[in-house]
Design a protein around this ligand. Structure first.
Ligand SMILES: [Zn+2]
Length: 198
């Protein structure tokens, strides 16, 4: 009963509004419609602005890299770093996820960097990149095509879209830079401990 009264009231209001509209000249009607359209556009623009803000506030390194072949975990996005033009890993634990095969012929590429070994996924032996000796420290340098990139959403509570990239420059995530000295400072101590324990 109460619902019916509301419907009747609504219908009456609509008729009154239509009556009022009929009394107006076409010019006034046009300006009313224009007003409604402007309000719609403003609302759409506000929504767009809010969506963009959400996107810009995304966690810069919200991704993980998994092996392209077996999909096992390889690197946390915030442990992947850019050193000059090389994509390196500054995580000592990464060494536990790889198999290392030394090259017969080491290659000096300059800048105190020697290409020493090839590195492979420890689960499926997919090639992941190379191991360089930089100032006496082992530094893994990765190939972009060896991994799938999985977005972390809701602050890492869920996994999102999975992407592959053909070139590092195409990667759509923020990759923090690191200097050679910073990298050596991070990786060096753990490798020193390994040597001491041998
Ligand atoms: Zn694998």
């Amino acid at each position: 009963m109460h619902k019916d009264l509301i419907s009747i009231e609504k219908a009456a209001m609509m008729y009154r509004a239509l009556d009022q509209l009929k009394q107006k000249c076409p010019k006034e009607i046009r300006s009313i419609i224009d007003g409604i359209q402007t309000r719609d556009i403003q609302q759409q623009e506000e929504q767009k602005r809010q969506d963009e803000m959400k996107f810009n506030n995304r966690i810069p390194c919200g991704f993980v890299m998994n092996c392209v072949k077996c999909k096992n975990f390889a690197v946390d996005g915030d442990r992947l770093r850019l050193m000059s033009s090389h994509h390196v890993v500054d995580d000592c634990d990464f060494m536990n996820r790889i198999e290392i095969r030394e090259l017969d012929k080491k290659e000096n590429i300059g800048g105190n960097m020697i290409k020493n070994s090839q590195i492979f996924c420890c689960h499926c032996t997919q090639k992941w990149g190379n191991l360089f000796i930089v100032d006496g420290i082992k530094v893994p340098i990765l190939s972009v095509t060896s991994f799938v990139f999985e977005r972390l959403t809701r602050y890492g509570l869920e996994y999102g879209e999975v992407k592959r990239f053909r070139k590092w420059k195409d990667v759509s995530y923020v990759i923090q830079e690191i200097t050679k000295d910073e990298l050596i400072a991070k990786l060096g101590p753990s490798q020193q401990t390994q040597i001491n324990h041998q």
